[in-house]
Design a protein around this ligand. Structure first.
Ligand SMILES: Nc1ncnc2c1ncn2[C@@H]1O[C@H](COP(=O)(O)OP(=O)(O)OP(=O)(O)O)[C@@H](O)[C@H]1O
Length: 610
C-alpha cells in the first residue's frame, strides 16, 4: 500500500492536469456564441460530408476509452489472483494480454487522432474557401462599414480557433465524457463506498479551481487587452513609419512600445504565476484522494469487504477520473470560443452578396461607350441624399470632366456607374441599356479605372500590368507599357518587367505607379474609362509623361475624369459641375465660362492653382 501512496502514478502522468498550455487555454477570455445550436448545426453540415470517417473516429474513441478502463481493471484482477501466490493462467499470458490492451489503446488513440485531424483540416479548408469566396462576392457598401483588420481576424484567428478545436478539443471532450461515465459506472459496480469517497475531492477541486480562475481570469483578460493594445500600436507605427521617421519620433515610439510591453510582462507574470498553482492543487487533491482510497480501502480489505485488487483499481480509476474532468475544464472554454469563432465566420457567410442581378441581366458583348444618366438619385444613408436628379448623356469617345467642391458627390457618381452602389431612383444606361440589366461582371469588364492611389499587387511588373487581362502576351504588355510611357522606366529597373514589386509597389515612385496603372488600363482596352486625376504634385517630366499616357489611353474611349487640372478640364467635351449632390452646371469649358456661373468662379481658382 505504501508503494501506491509514495508513487501514486504507475503509468505516465496524464498531461491534462499540468502544463502551461492547458491552463492558459482554460483562461482565455470567453467569447460566447449567440446562437450556438444553429452554429453547431452548421459546423455539423461541414463535418457530415465525411460521415464514414467520422464513424470510424467514434469507433476508435469508444475502443480507446473502453481499453483505458480495461487496463487498470486487469491489473486489479491480477493482483487478487496472484497475490497469494502463482495460480490461474501463466503470468506471461496475463502480461501479454495487458500489453495488448495498452498497445491497442494507443493505436486506437493514434488513429482517432489522425483521422480527426484529417476531417478537421478538410472542414476548415472548406470553411476558409467559402469565407474567402464570400468576401469577394460581398458588395462594396459592406466593406465601407467594416474594419479591414476585423475581417482579417475572422479569416485568421477565428478560423484557427475552429481548426484547433476540431483537431483535438472536440474529440477530447467526447472521449473525456465517455471515460468519465465508464469509470464512474465501473467504480460504482466495484465499491459504492469507495466511489463516494473518490467523489469527495470533486467539490474541493472545483472550488479550488474557481478560486484561482476567478483571479487569473481577470489577469488573463488584462493581458489579452494589453496584447491587443500592443498589436494595435505595432500596426499603427509600422503603417505610419514614414511619419515617425519624418518627425524624428523613433525614440518616443520605442519608449511607448516599451511601456506597453512592460504591461504585458506584468500581467503575464501574475496570470501565469497564479495559474501555476492549479497543477499543484490538482496533484495535492489527487494525492489526498489516493490517501483516502488507500486508507479506507485498506481498512475494508482487512475486514474482508473488498480485495486489494479493487483498491489498486480504484487508485488507477481515481486518476482516470480526475484527468478527463480536468481535460473537460480545459477544453470547454476552447470549445466555446471556437463556436463563437465559427459563428463570426457564418455571420459573414450569411451577409447578402452583391444584389443578384435582376432576372433579365445578362452579359453585354461589345460596348460603344454611350452613357446616360436620367434623373439619378442616391443616398448612402436614408434621408441624407448624396446625389439628386443627375441627368446627362456622354456620347462614345467623349471625355467628361467631373468637378466640384470636396464632398460634392463626384466619387459617388462614378461608384454608381460601375454598380459598386445602386442608384435609388432614375436610371443609368450604357449603350441605351439599363445597367441593372447588365451583369456586373460583364459591365465592369468594359470599364477600367485609373485611380489616384494605384494599387499594385505583390508580383512582377509584368503581372501587375496584365492584371486586368491575364491572357495578354508579353508583347502586348510591352506595347501597353510603351503607350503608357512606362516602358523606359521599367527597362531601367533591375529585372525590368520581371522586377518583383513588394508591399503595394513600395520600390517605385508615385508617378511610376500611375504610369503602370495607365499601362494596365490600356492593356485592358475598355470602352469606358474612369480616371481620378492625381492631386499630389509629381515632377514635371513624369507629369508630362502621365498626361501623354492618359491622352493615348483616353483616345476613342468614353472617359469620366474626376479632374483637378485646368488642362484636363479645358479639353473635356463636357464638364459636370457638382455641388451638394446636384448637377449645378453642365457644358463645355467655353459654354460654362460664358455663362459666368459657378464654373466661371471656380475657374479663377483653378487658373491660380494650375
Ligand atoms: N460610404 C459612405 N457612406 C456614407 N457616406 C458617404 C460614403 N462615401 C461618401 N459619403 C458621403 O457622400 C458625400 C459625397 O462623397 P463623395 O466621395 O462622392 O464626394 P467627392 O465629391 O468625391 O469628394 P472628394 O473630392 O473629397 O473626393 C460626402 O458627404 C461623403 O461624406
Amino acid at each position: 500500500m505504501r508503494k501506491a501512496l509514495s508513487e501514486p502514478l504507475r503509468y505516465p502522468r496524464p498531461e491534462g492536469l499540468t502544463g502551461e498550455q492547458g491552463i492558459s487555454l482554460s483562461k482565455r477570455p470567453k467569447q460566447k456564441a449567440r446562437n450556438w445550436k444553429a452554429t453547431l448545426r452548421r459546423i455539423w453540415n461541414y463535418l457530415s460530408r465525411r460521415k464514414g470517417k467520422l464513424a470510424l473516429v467514434l469507433l476508435m474513441v469508444l475502443l480507446s476509452s473502453g481499453l483505458s478502463l480495461l487496463g487498470p481493471y486487469m491489473i486489479g484482477v491480477a493482483i487478487d489472483r496472484y497475490l497469494a501466490g502463482p495460480g490461474g493462467e501463466p503470468w506471461a499470458l496475463f502480461l501479454a494480454g495487458l500489453a495488448a490492451v495498452y498497445v491497442l489503446g494507443s493505436i486506437a488513440g493514434w488513429l482517432q487522432n489522425i483521422w480527426m485531424i484529417g476531417i478537421a483540416q478538410e472542414t476548415v479548408y472548406r470553411m476558409r474557401m467559402d469565407l474567402f469566396k464570400q468576401l469577394h462576392r460581398l458588395p462594396i457598401p459592406f466593406f465601407a462599414k467594416r474594419q479591414r483588420g476585423e475581417l482579417m481576424s475572422r479569416m485568421t484567428n477565428d478560423m484557427d480557433n475552429v481548426s484547433s478545436t476540431l483537431n483535438s478539443s472536440a474529440i477530447q471532450i467526447f472521449s473525456s465524457v465517455l471515460t468519465l461515465v465508464g469509470t464512474v459506472v465501473v467504480m460504482l459496480l466495484l465499491s459504492p463506498l469507495l466511489t463516494v469517497l473518490t467523489f469527495l475531492v470533486v467539490p474541493l477541486m472545483s472550488s479550488g479551481m474557481k478560486w484561482i480562475t476567478r483571479r487569473t481570469g481577470v489577469l488573463f483578460k488584462e493581458r489579452q487587452r494589453n496584447i491587443g493594445d500592443l498589436n494595435g500600436y505595432i500596426e499603427e507605427t509600422l503603417s505610419g513609419q514614414r511619419i515617425v521617421k519624418a518627425f524624428s519620433q523613433e525614440e518616443r515610439v520605442i519608449r511607448e512600445f516599451g511601456e506597453r510591453n512592460a504591461r504585458i510582462r506584468q500581467s503575464g507574470f501574475w496570470a501565469q504565476s497564479i495559474s501555476g498553482f492549479i497543477p499543484k492543487l490538482m496533484n495535492g487533491l489527487n494525492n489526498l484522494s489516493y490517501a483516502v482510497i488507500v486508507g479506507v480501502g485498506g481498512y475494508l480489505a482487512i475486514r474482508g469487504t473488498i480485495t486489494v485488487g479493487v483498491i489498486v483499481v480504484f487508485v488507477e480509476y481515481a486518476r482516470q477520473f480526475t484527468r478527463p474532468l480536468n481535460d473537460l475544464a480545459n477544453q470547454w472554454n476552447t470549445l466555446l470560443s471556437a463556436i463563437a469563432g465559427a459563428e463570426r465566420v457564418f455571420e459573414i457567410l450569411d451577409e447578402d452578396e452583391e444584389d443578384q442581378d435582376e432576372g433579365e441581366a445578362g452579359p453585354v458583348e461589345a460596348v460603344t461607350g454611350e452613357v446616360e444618366f436620367t434623373q439619378v438619385g442616391f443616398s448612402y444613408n436614408e434621408g441624407e441624399p448624396t446625389l439628386q436628379n443627375i441627368s446627362f448623356k456622354a456620347r462614345p469617345g467623349e471625355t467628361i470632366a467631373i468637378i466640384g467642391p470636396t464632398g460634392a458627390g463626384k466619387t459617388s457618381l462614378i461608384q454608381l456607374l460601375s454598380r459598386f452602389y445602386e442608384a435609388d431612383s432614375g436610371s443609368i444606361a450604357v449603350d441605351g441599356r439599363d445597367i441593372r440589366t447588365i451583369r456586373r461582371e460583364s459591365l465592369r469588364s468594359h470599364m477600367a479605372f485609373v485611380l489616384q492611389d494605384t494599387f499594385l499587387f505583390e508580383g512582377t511588373i509584368r503581372d501587375n500590368i496584365r492584371y486586368g487581362k491575364p491572357g495578354a502576351t508579353d508583347e502586348q504588355v510591352v506595347e501597353a507599357a510603351k503607350l503608357a510611357n512606362a516602358h523606359s522606366f521599367i527597362a531601367r529597373l533591375p529585372g525590368g518587367y520581371d522586377k518583383v514589386l513588394h508591399g503595394d509597389g513600395s520600390g517605385i515612385s508615385q508617378g511610376q505607379k500611375q504610369l503602370l496603372a495607365i499601362a494596365r488600363a490600356i492593356l485592358a482596352d475598355p470602352a469606358i474609362l474612369v480616371l481620378d486625376e492625381a492631386t499630389s504634385s509629381i515632377d514635371t517630366v513624369t507629369e508630362i509623361k502621365i498626361q501623354e499616357g492618359l491622352q493615348r489611353l483616353m483616345q476613342g474611349r468614353t472617359s469620366f475624369v474626376i479632374a483637378h487640372r485646368l488642362n484636363t478640364i479645358r479639353r473635356a467635351d463636357q464638364i459636370l459641375v457638382l455641388k451638394d449632390g446636384r448637377l449645378a452646371e453642365r457644358g463645355s469649358h467655353d459654354e460654362l465660362l460664358a455663362k459666368g456661373g459657378l464654373y466661371s468662379a471656380m475657374h479663377q481658382s483653378y487658373g491660380q492653382a494650375d
